[in-house]
Every structure is written in C-alpha cells, then in structure tokens.
Write a protein that binds this ligand. Structure first.
Ligand SMILES: Nc1ncnc2c1ncn2[C@@H]1O[C@H](COP(=O)(O)OP(=O)(O)OP(=O)(O)O)[C@@H](O)[C@H]1O
Length: 833
C-alpha cells in the first residue's frame, strides 16, 4: 500500500470515527430502555421488535438494542457489551467492523442479522468454513428463537432439500464455498423447482478480510464429466481391428454406425450380446464412441498430438484449443486410439470467483480482527468502509521485537531453544507456521529436543477446533498453520479450565504465540498474534525470521548477501529492517495483482451475469418453446399434431447442387488420401464441406426430422424446448470459459504492438461472446429438429447431447495470471462432489 493511500485511509478512518460517536450515543440511550426490555416476557420480544421502526427511527434503534441485549442475556447467558452493540450497529450501516479477536464477534454478527431480518431482509452469515457456520448457527439459535426469526445452516453434507430449507430461513449460516457451489450448481437446473441458491440479499461476512481480500481471487469451479466413465480398452482394441464392412459412415461424414456384420464381430470378440439390456446402454454406446474416435476423427485435422496430449483443433478458429475436450468419452477414446495416457475427463461447466460471488449481494457488511489494514482493498474493490471498534478490555499482550537470523537452520535452532525455555515453566505455546510441511519439520526438531507437541494438519476443521481450543492449557505446545482452527476461542488453562487452572496460566503470562516467519502482509501476522491476549488476558507474541525465508528471497535481491556478526547467526536490527522492507514489497505486489486480476475478471463476470439472466428467463418462462416454434414452425406443428410432416419438394437446381457437393466431397477425400496437406488447409476444407452440408440440409427441409410417434402435450414440449435451449446455452458457456482460459494463458504472447494485454484480452473475449447466443440458438434449433421428442420428454442422450452425468466442485488456490492453465489445475485444493 502506498504512503499516499495510507494517509487517505487514515482520513477516511477519521470519518468513520465520527459515525461511531453517533453509535456510542445511541447505545447510551439504549440503556434507558433496559427496564422496559427487562419487563417483557420471553414470548413478547418478537412482537415488540417488529413494532419498532429500526430502519429509519433512531429512537427505535435504541429500543432495539435494549431488546437484543436482554434477549441475549436470557437466551445465551451472554449480556452484550457496549462495544458488541456498537459493532452490530456499524454492520447495520453496511460497514466492515474491526473488533479485536475474542471480543465476541459471533454475537455482534447475530445481532446485526436480527436487525436486518426484522426489516424483511434475508441474511447470509458467511464464514470461512463449514464447522464455524454450523457451530455459530446452533450457538446463536436460542437468540433468534426469541424473536421468531428462523435460522439454518448449510454444510458440505447437506442434501438439496436441507439446503433449500436452510436458505428459506430468515438467516442462513454458510461457508463461502458451500454458498458459492450452490450458486454454481444452479447452472445445472433445468426446472425452476430445482434451483437451490436463493436470491442474494444481505451478506454479513465473518473474517471479512480473509474472505474479501485474501481469498477474493480464488475461483470456485463446477466441473462435469459427460459420461463419468473412461473409454474401455478392450472395446477400443476390437474397434481398431474392424474392416470397412463392419461399419457405415453416412454421406455427410458425420455419423458412423455398426453394420450387422460389425455388430456380430463385436459380439464375437467380446463375448457379449450387444443388444441385451446389460449392454445396450454401455458396451454398445462405448463401441459407437470408439467408432467415432477411430474412423471419423482424424489426427492433424480434428486434433493434433503434442507433448503426449490430444489437443483439439477448433474448427471455427483453426487453432489449437488448449483446454477444450470432446464430450461423451470421445476424448478418452481418442487418447486410447493414440495410445496416450488417459486424462481426467472433466470440463469446467461454470466458475465464479469469491469476489464475484460477494458482488452479487446488494448489501454487504462484515467483521474481522484485522480490517483496517485491508481498508484500501475493501474500499477499492467492494466500496466498503471500515469501522474500528474499541476493545471491551484493553489488550495487554506483549509483542516482542522480531528475531531475524541469517539462515533458516539458525532460525529453527533459535525457535527450538526459545520454546524449550518457555516450555520449562509450563507456559502454553502456540506456534504458527506457513504450511503443513513446515509444521511437521518443526515438530520433528522439537521432539528431538525433548519437547512433545501437537501438530495440526489443516485437514479436519472440527477436530482442529477442539485441539486449538485447548492450546491454552498448562504445558501445551501446539504447532499449526495460520489457517488451522480459525475462529476458535483459546481459553487460558484449556477449554474446560477451572478457575484455578485458568489463574495458573495467567500467572505464567498467558499464551505465548510464536510465528516462524512473517507473512506476506502484516495483517496476517496480526491475525496470528491475536490468538494471544484475548479479552484482556495476558500473553505475548514473537516472530522468528531468516533471510532465507521465501518472503525475503521472493521480494528482495542483494548484491552481496548480508552477513551476521553473531555466532548464532542473529542479524540484529538490520535484519528486522530487511524483513519489513520485504513485507512492504510483498504487500505492493499483492495489491497490484489483485487489481490486475480484478480488471481481467470483470468482463467475464459481466458475461456470466448475462448468461445466468438468460438461463433464469428460460427456466421461468416458455420462451424456449416460443423461439424454437418460430424457427421451426413445421416441426413444432408436427409434434403437436403427432404426424410426420410431408417433405418439401426438392427442386431440380438444388438437387444438382447436392450431387455436385457429393462429388466435390469425394474428390476432396481422394485428395486428402493422396496428399498430406498442412493442418490449416485441411481444417479449412473441412469447414467448407461442413458449410456445403449445411446448405444442402436447407434444401430437403424435413428429411432429417427426428421421429414423431405421438401427439406431444404442449406442456411437455415446453419443458423439452427448455431443456434443449439450456443444454446448448450451457454448452456454449462452458466452451466460452475454455476459450477464456486459453486466451488468458497465452495473452502475453498475443499482445503485440501497442496493444496492452488487457485490451487484447477484452477484444477477443468480447468478440467470442458476441457470437455465442446465435450459435447456441442455431444448435438448439438443430436438436429440436432431430431429437426424439415424445410425451416422455426430449431424448437428449439419444441425440448425442448428454448432460454431465457427474459433477464436482473445487477451489483453485493459485493465481491464474502468474501461471498457465496447467498450473491452475495443479492448485486444486479439494474435490467435493
Ligand atoms: N457479552 C459477552 N459476555 C461474556 N462473554 C462473551 C460475550 N460475548 C462473547 N463472549 C465470549 O467470548 C468468547 C469469544 O467469542 P467469539 O468466538 O464470538 O469471538 P470472536 O471475536 O469471534 O473471536 P475470533 O477472533 O476468534 O473469531 C466466547 O467464548 C464467548 O462466549
């Protein structure tokens, strides 16, 4: 963060200070209503609160505060402190509040949620993990009950019905992932009733800086596989041995099928009955896919093999499409054909960044222990302001000066010595590391020095919360990454400590927090320090760093490495300066990166909004059928009437053209066989063949209609049309996302001349998006003509239009711009579904 913006921020901070004096006055006034609130029966709180005009009237707000204070006291045995109410008020004004750790943000947030719910809002309280979401919802439930406000929570294991019920509540607690994945999964719905994610209204974000800044760029991804199965090697082997008599390719070169002889060949080779119930949906389907891969898809025309991978050639763009794959197991079949390793058959169906997810909420506010330092980003990216709430009890934690060493080995040695010394008197120690590997390494050295410790591995939130809750016990040494056990209260003496146990640890100086290296921003350092000295407890914190830490090696370069004059490798105050300098550079880089990614994401986010809007229209109206009926009136009427339409008369001239086309094509094929032409030329020729084929189709209008066996009910037809349109819209969006990834990973190579990469990116993405709707509609029209539509609905599978049979979601923790698409996939941190 630059100096200037720091100053700016302080000025803005002063402004929010003025707002706070208003809150303080209001809280004073609230105290005058305490007797009134105390005089109410439990069942009168709801009605009393609903009578208040808390959206507009300040007097009523004071009464509201008196009510919630009394209600929390009765239902939770927690009487909110003034500062907690102050926090709630600022959140009701739409700010992010900074409240020191352990000051009781959970209660403050719940009170703000009640305030919003009372004036008719649906509130999402968004936390960093499932464990906290469920815990907080259950913890605060009695308070919500007092006001007749319903509360629910979503977690990974929730079923669709659970989720719908939870979102139906006035207040819903959920982790950012789960809410995000629900938003993404709605992209799979083909009926309005299947929509799960609610309309976003108010978001109260816990650990707001983590969610809004640190994780803002994380894309949540919904991926799908079309068959969920890999190609069968045995089938591929049989298909590869087939002769021309075993299969038939249609005149347009688009479809391939088994001849009777071919079917018999497969049955004999595999020893199965292809058309039996057990094999019709499996072996036969796979055989057809393999046939397609072997005999219709040509290497160097439809795809190339590079670096051991099949890369599609995008026909319309005539170039390799990096992240595109064929659906329906075709990819896997081609990989088998080329004897390549089978790749994961997932494709990205939809993706949204945390930032865009939060951007959907018209009203956002939040709370965290470290907001002020993130003020610049919160204002720039979310138009949010920070209110600093004073602590209820003064913080008496001692923050020792940093200890900096020349090498990592010297640093680790110093940490171990320090831990040994403190541990001797029994003072509890919490060591914060940067990753699980570092935790394990340190634990190894500690054990070697005779200090036994508990190591957290960031795998199970609930288990970790329990361990962290006991980190304040006498003699405890806990090693954990900074992320583990977030939001868990550490009581001195242990979670279930008696007063004596508590006081014993207080006597020893409380919890000692040790950082094994500064983080990329001071804010994260402070989050770690904040684990000690909660609610006026004693405590201390100290950071150990070395000049070999990634923070230094990534952000500073020296002509000559600074050296230590001390036998233990200590760098003294010069070392501290260097670490602080490295951190300033890192903070600047992060801010720039965030701003840059924001610029890149903005357009794609807008495009996503358009697609989602369109999807909703298709789900909620009969527009799909209206459009398709307009485009294909003959087919539409024929379906309603339950009869095959008469084919159009083919006039002679067109028939001639048709014959010429067929001749042309034969000539083309011959030329292909004779002469190995360049990829591009071949792709072009394929394109022109396709074009001719399309022209030809217009000529014999009804000949390729899908079968009509009965009158199709209008309502059924409506849903069929909807599914067809949605299928192609989703397909187009998924392709578009693959294109965006492609362009992103290569944009720096493409930006030429004076054009900036960002401008070039925008140009390409815009151009591609412009053609998307027309292409999707055209494809939908084709499916409407040719698919089998009965009163059972449309047979999309039969038309080769498979919706993903299995889908899964994951988050990518990596920067898309600093690395290519391949790296992006390596960064996957969790596969949930
Ligand atoms: N008004 C109150 N009176 C007494 N105890 C309270 C009050 N409010 C909260 N507490 C207690 O303070 C502890 C910390 O609460 P909470 O976990 O909400 O803090 P926090 O600010 O969210 O901490 P963190 O920074 O770890 O998220 C809890 O044990 C809670 O019971």
């Amino acid at each position: 963060m630059g100096k200037l913006s720091n100053t700016m921020w302080r000025l803005l901070g002063a402004q929010s200070g003025r707002n706070q004096s208003k809150s303080v006055a209001l809280i004073k006034k609230a105290a005058t209503h305490d007797d009134w609130a105390a005089g109410l029966d439990d069942d009168e709180f709801g009605a009393a609160a609903r009578e208040l005009e808390i959206a507009t009237d300040l007097v009523d707000r004071a009464k509201f505060l008196a009510l919630v204070r009394e209600a929390a006291d009765r239902s939770l045995s927690l009487r909110p402190y003034d500062v907690q109410l102050q926090g709630s008020l600022r959140m009701l004004e739409g700010d992010v509040v900074e409240m020191a750790t352990g000051e009781g943000k959970t209660l403050s947030g719940a009170i703000a949620a009640i305030g919003y719910a009372l004036i008719g809002h649906k509130v999402h309280v968004i936390s960093v993990n499932d464990y906290l979401a469920t815990r907080d919802a259950e913890w605060m439930r009695p308070l919500f009950d007092m006001f007749g406000i319903s509360v629910g929570s979503v977690e990974e294991s929730s079923t669709a019905a659970d989720r719908i019920a939870a979102y139906d509540s006035d207040v819903t607690y959920g982790s950012v992932n789960e809410i995000g994945f629900d938003v993404l999964r709605d992209q799979l719905a083909t009926r309005e009733d299947d929509l799960v994610a609610p309309t976003p209204d108010v978001a109260i974000i816990d650990e707001a800086d983590s969610v809004l800044v640190d994780e803002a760029l994380v894309p949540l991804i919904l991926a799908g596989s079309s068959t969920g199965e890999v190609a069968d090697a045995a089938i591929a082997a049989v298909v590869s041995r087939m002769k021309t008599k075993h299969y038939e390719i249609d005149t347009e070169g688009r479809n391939i099928s088994l001849t009777d002889e071919g079917a018999a060949f497969v049955e004999q080779e595999l020893g199965v009955d292809l058309y039996s119930e057990a094999h019709v949906g499996t072996t036969l389907v796979h055989t057809n896919i393999a046939l397609y891969a072997y005999y219709l898809l040509e290497r160097d025309v439809h795809y190339i093999v590079r670096d051991g991978e099949v890369k599609l050639i995008n026909a319309s763009r005539g170039r390799v499409a990096q992240l595109q794959r064929w659906p329906d197991g075709v990819q896997a079949a081609v990989e088998l054909k080329e004897r390549l390793d089978q790749t994961d058959s997932g494709e990205v169906i939809d993706t949204i960044t945390v930032q865009a997810l939060i951007g959907r909420y018209p009203k956002v506010c939040g709370m965290t222990g470290t907001a002020l330092a993130a003020g610049e980003q919160l204002r720039q990216f979310y138009d949010l302001y920070v209110s600093q709430i004073p602590p209820n009890t003064e913080n008496i934690r001692e923050d020792e000066p940093d200890r900096v060493y020349d090498t990592k080995a010297n640093k680790v040695e110093a940490i171990v010595d320090y831990v040994k010394e403190i541990h001797e008197i029994g003072q509890p120690i919490l060591i914060g590391t940067h990753d699980v590997a570092e935790s394990e390494e340190l634990a190894y050295f500690l054990e070697k020095a005779g200090v036994s410790c508990v190591v957290l591995n960031a795998k199970n939130d609930a288990e970790e919360a329990a361990i962290i809750a006991d980190a304040g016990k006498l003699d405890a040494v806990t090693v954990s990454t900074q992320m583990a056990g977030r939001g868990t209260d550490i009581r001195l003496g242990g979670a279930e400590a008696t007063t004596e146990e508590h006081d014993e640890v207080v006597e020893l100086g409380g919890l000692c927090v040790i950082g094994t290296g500064r983080y990329d921003t001071e804010r994260l350092d402070n989050q770690l320090r904040g684990r000690a000295g909660r609610q006026g407890d004693p405590g201390r914190s100290v950071f150990f760093s070395s000049l070999e830490d990634p923070l230094v090696t990534r952000n500073l370069s020296f002509k000559r490495d600074p050296e230590s004059n001390e036998p233990d490798g200590s760098m003294g105050s010069r070392g501290v300066e260097l670490i602080e300098q490295a951190q300033r550079v890192a903070e600047g880089v992060m801010l720039e990166l965030h701003a840059n990614t924001w610029r890149y994401n903005k357009l794609v986010n807008q495009q996503r909004d358009i697609i989602v809007g369109r999807r909703m229209e298709l789900l909620r109206t009969d527009e799909a059928l209206t459009s398709l009926a307009e485009l294909e009136p003959v087919r539409y009427q024929a379906l309603l009437d339950g009869r095959l339409p008469a084919p159009k008369k083919v006039d002679e001239k067109k028939a001639d053209t048709k014959k010429a086309d067929a001749d042309d094509k034969k000539a083309d094929e011959k030329a292909d066989a004779d002469d190995k032409k360049s990829d591009e030329k071949k792709a072009d020729e394929k394109k022109s063949t396709d074009k001719k084929t399309a022209d030809k189709k217009d000529a014999d209008d009804t000949s390729d209609f899908g079968p009509i066996t009965e009158k199709v009910d209008k309502g059924v037809l409506e849903q069929a049309a909807r599914e067809i349109m949605l299928y192609h819209l989703d397909r187009a969006w998924s392709d578009h996302l693959a294109f965006v990834s492609d362009v992103r990973s290569s944009i720096h190579l493409r930006a030429i001349g004076r054009e900036s990469p960002l401008d070039e990116f925008h140009k390409l993405i815009l151009a591609e998006f412009t053609t998307l709707p027309a292409e999707a509609v055209e494809a939908a029209r084709e499916t409407f003509r040719t698919a089998t539509i009965t009163n059972e609905g449309v047979d999309l599978d039969g038309a080769g239009r498979h919706r993903s049979t299995s889908t899964w979601t994951y988050m990518v923790h990596d920067n898309l711009f600093s690395s290519g698409g391949a790296k992006m996939l390596q960064g996957i941190i969790g596969v949930f579904r």
